[in-house]
Design a protein. Sequence first.
Length: 565
Amino acid sequence: TQDIPVSELALNPRRGGPKNLPIVDYFVDDDDCPEMRAIKHKPKLVILGTGWGSVALLKQLNPGDYHVTVISPSNHFLFTPMLPSATVGTLELRSLVEPVRGIVKGVYGHFLKAMAEDVEFSEKLVEVSGIGPNGEKQNFYVPYDKLIIGVGSVTNPHGVKGLNHCHFLKDITDARLIRNQVIRNLETACLPTTSDEERRRLLSFVVCGGGPTGVEFAAELFDMLNEDLCKFFPKILRNEISVHVIQSRSHILNTYDEALSEYAEKRFAHDAVDVQTNSRVKEVFADRILYSQKDDEGKIVTKEIPMGFCLWSTGVSQTDFCKRLAKKLEGQNNKHALETDTHLRLNGAPLGDVYAIGDCSTVQNNVSDHIISFLRTIAWERGKDPENLQLKYADWRGVAKRVKERFPQAANHLRRLDRLFEQYDADKSGTLDFGELRELLMQIDSKLTSLPATAQRAHQQGQYLGRKFNKIAQSAPGLQLNEVDYGDLDDAVYKAFEYHHLGSLAYIGNAAIFDWDGYGWSGGLLAVYLWRSVYFAQSVSFRTRCLLAMDWSKRALFGRDLMNF
Ligand code: FAD
């Protein structure tokens, strides 16, 4: 294909693949500038998605090493941690997004506003669908040497009926719809024709899910109702409004330190945000929500809340695209995410061709293997056979600390092991048999493998791949990347991925909480400013930082914009 002029190829692409679709090898602008010409025949790196993982990877890549193509239905990067603030007008929607074409241009890449539909692993082709000029779907193939899947996740419906009456909070369009609906409800409640009962229903806001997104939205909503309502809607009385959070577990923010989740609950109780714990939503209707609740005696009772607005925020699940890939590949046994090895290579795909990062993936990371390898090191240092190592409680503390640093998600399970060790310490004069330990670890291992689905993780994985691809390009220039039939190129050039947990933050309504490595901190205004500074510093560009600063100042001076368009 290299002898045919690029422009001709782009306009009249060759056809092929199992579906005999057009194959887009090069783009018209490949000949546009010297840099583009130089990378025309470099290894093809195709990146799916423009979220946290993909953008971190793009920012890390050395320009000119790869022929990069980015494919995503969103031509912007969304700064999700601040999305709840945009639902009530604290921040403007455009302040949270960064146009992605500028970022792609930084690596002389191409951007296609389209969806990945399928992957033909044996032929190294991604099937892509774009929307044509008349709104019709047009499918074609994009060939790759290396493919990175960073397509995120979708909201988990948990099989509940009536979710068409709910709002979701995943992207910028969701935030706009929520903002419009909240304001529409306030406006309708003010009409003289609206009855008292209908008013109370319209002003009843329900959030399903007590995780960080649900809690932050409830907090933002409460702030807005508290701070701007009497100013702009004097007809609405404060006691006519209610905010409810329905949570299936016994506490909200249950992945945070216990003290912090209790602090958040107290804060909500103080602000009259109603939290219903141990509750499962059964069905959502247009005007009410039905849920079952376990009472103190363990009896299940059915309850309902009349509502005018419902946010569904109960965790995430796999996209259809990822489900399709998982079905095709051997060794994909996880129902929630694509499994990768510790080099982030997709299990079951040809080695070194396909990687998966962020929410759509999970690293098959055998925590017990790591614990055992730490123990082997101890045995080796003591000149003992690991199988005969008699472990002291103090040794275990050291191992547990290192494992907890590497796998923060295992903290709860390590605490269980900790208690067992203490028991052994009392029973068996301070020692635990290596074999017994291994058996214990096997029993709980499956629960220790998944990493949290957070921006932090996706960002670290994107950066990791960027660094690794730079190394691959340096150490093997001109190498046909996937034709290495000896050894393991990824392993030879770079270490396996290691996640470093930098803590979690959550805004809970004029207060914020921080959870770092088991140490919690919560506070009022000071914490809120700290929370803002962290996100301000993390924002992708100078442009978004300026916009955020302007929004916060505008809100402080004039209040929120309570208009719907
Ligand atoms: P995403 O950022 O979701 O990006 C996925 C990309 O793939 C998108 O561009 C999408 O358009 C594209 N895509 C989807 N399907 C296809 C397809 N078939 N083909 C091509 N492209 C496709 N995490 C934190 O760490 N801290 C927080 O405070 C925090 N707050 C959050 C608040 C909210 C409201 C939400 C929704 C999430 C929050 N998260 C937070 C989670 C965080 O946003 C996600 O973990 C992170 O976005 C995952 O990054 P990702 O790159 O895997 O996917």
